[in-house]
Design a protein around this ligand. Sequence first.
Ligand SMILES: [Zn+2]
Length: 236
Amino acid sequence: MEFKRVVVLTGAGISAESGIRTFRDQNGLWEDHPVEDVATPEGFQRNPNLVYQFYNMRRAQLLDASVVPNAAHQILAEFEAEHIARGGHFTLITQNVDNLHQRAGNQRIIAMHGQLQSALCSVSGLSIPWTNDLTAEHHCQCCETPSSLRPDIVWFGEVPYQLDDCFEVVSKADLFVSIGTSGKVYPAAGFMQVAQESGAETVELNLEKTSSAFDQGYYGPATEVVVDFFSRLMQR
Ligand SMILES: [Zn+2]
């Protein structure tokens, strides 16, 4: 079967081999912080400086020479270019806030959980490219009265970016590939369901199996299973 409309969903698992630590450890902590302290609007209100500092560290990590796109990121960029050149459609929906898909060269990316290298005007909602440290002292230039900026990260309890666009492309997909993410949590679980209801072939590429609902599953490190799967797809 020739797939024309391909949607790929990626999560933390694709960036693990690039030295980006996965979201939560076994104890529900994120880099030693309870998630509610550093990844909720309430946590930001309680202690903005802690939250600024937390994301500053992660943003700085992206500038580290050792953090680079790995072979799995690269093959997705290659696949997109080739697929588009053949007249296909491709959308990459990522839950990751690192910049590795962008650096690998993917063009059509929906960063549904925001981006580390971006600041958000708390009033206008405008995203502003941001590569340095962000603090309470920084203000936007978009509002008449300069407003405070916050990390451009979708926190728990907030609505992911472009959710309607995500469901739109997923509902039209004939191939839906979930990479390095647990398919169990909404909205990722919802994408899977919509893709299947719309008749798409569904594939899971992950370190470990998360759900038996996928039509196909390949398990192992992303640099192996993602590269294998998309290489085979391109050879067809
Ligand atoms: Zn503003």
